[in-house]
Design a protein around this ligand. Structure first.
Ligand code: UFG
Length: 332
């Protein structure tokens, strides 16, 4: 069954990869994006594009009607943890209040399915690593709280209305489309691998290593890096599962179930480029847990999701290929 899917934030990093995955799977994505952090050129040519805000219920309602939308993939939002600490109300507006508006418009317009971009930040400092979905959610920053509140709204709306959802809790998303059709293009990105490939291509002088005294093997923070295309594929499977069984909703981790330290990530970039990144050892960044690893058995068991790019060097290769492409796009 070919589905018409409204992709909010489809001009952003993960949303643009979901658009590609939907097209590759034979579905029809329709993008809405306000282009605050996304780029019009990041949206695949085959996708219909609407410029606007998800809180504009008149616009969203007309898109849902005109495009016969069956389901919504909701990526639009703000994602920088330290910024959420300095400006919490921005996060409670963009991630919580605007999601409330979008969910309301969906329900009142008869859209019955939503896939939501949630985050491992909902766990805070996890009780255990790997962390399972039924473990306590105690976010330690407004970003995590703003996403957790949306999960709660979805839960309550699904109980009250003819509506089901899948909240996917992302771990550390990295890499780029293997065909270099999209990638991480965010200006002023703070994510480790993005910074490392920028440095590898001479766009930065060095990479800071935040904290060398964590309770990990080499003392640097360990994260579960997941290739963005595997994550996008999980969204397509979730979409099909929501439609196949409308009585069931899901909250699932998206990660590989194992991690790499900051040093191991930088070593991988060195290996792939055959160069040596200049590493600057610095103090810990506020709010960083030692280690954050997913237990991914639930998404594998329930959806039969299997990663295709669970290989750090390949993630680095794809990120580098995109970073080179991005240089060309930006100078064109
Ligand atoms: N790090 C460095 N140097 C840098 C950037 C990061 O050493 O220049 C380290 C961090 O301290 C951390 C690891 O690299 O140990 C990964 O940091 P990122 O900033 O790449 O990612 P985070 O783990 O902080 O955050 C990610 C997502 C958030 C999400 C969080 C928890 O970006 O949206 O995972 O799921 F909330």
């Amino acid at each position: 069954q070919k589905l018409n899917v409204l992709v909010t934030g489809g001009a952003g990093y993960i949303g643009s990869h979901a658009v590609l995955a939907l097209i590759d799977a034979g579905h029809r994505p329709v993008v809405i994006d306000n282009l605050v952090t996304g780029f019009r050129w990041a949206v695949a040519e085959d996708a219909r594009f609407y410029y606007g805000d998800i809180s504009d219920s008149v616009l969203v309602e007309s898109i849902i009607r005109d495009e016969h939308i069956d389901a919504i993939m909701h990526f639009a939002g703000s994602v920088v943890v330290p910024e959420s600490v300095e400006n919490p109300l921005k996060y409670y507006n963009n991630n919580t209040a605007k999601s409330r508006s979008l969910i309301e418009t969906a329900v009142s317009s008869g859209v019955k399915h939503m896939i939501f971009s949630s985050t491992a930040a909902t766990y805070g400092i996890p009780e255990t690593s790997p962390v399972r979905e039924d473990m306590a959610t105690k976010p330690i920053n407004p970003y995590g709280t703003s996403k957790l509140m949306t999960e709660m709204m979805l839960r309550d709306v699904a109980a009250a209305h003819d509506f089901n959802y899948c909240a996917l809790r992302y771990f550390n998303v990295a890499g780029a489309d293997p065909l270099a059709r999209s990638g991480q293009s965010t200006v002023g990105a703070t994510h480790l691998l993005k910074i490392a490939v920028e440095a590898a291509l001479g766009k930065r002088d060095s990479v800071s290593v935040f904290g060398t005294d964590y309770a990990t093997e080499d003392g640097t923070g360990v994260r579960d890096y997941i290739h963005v295309s595997d994550l996008a594929a999980a969204h397509v499977i979730a979409l099909e599962a929501l439609v196949a069984d409308p009585a069931r909703s899901h909250t699932l981790n998206c990660g590989y179930g194992h991690g790499y330290s900051v040093m191991q990530v930088l070593d991988a970039v060195d290996r792939v480029t055959n160069k040596k990144l200049d590493r600057k050892m610095e103090g810990r960044r506020a709010g960083d847990p030692d280690s954050l690893i997913s237990d991914n058995r639930a998404i594998k068991d329930r959806f039969g999701w299997e990663p295709r790019f669970d290989n750090l060097d390949q993630i680095v290769q794809h990120a580098l290929a995109w970073e080179r492409r991005l240089t060309d796009i930006q100078s064109a």
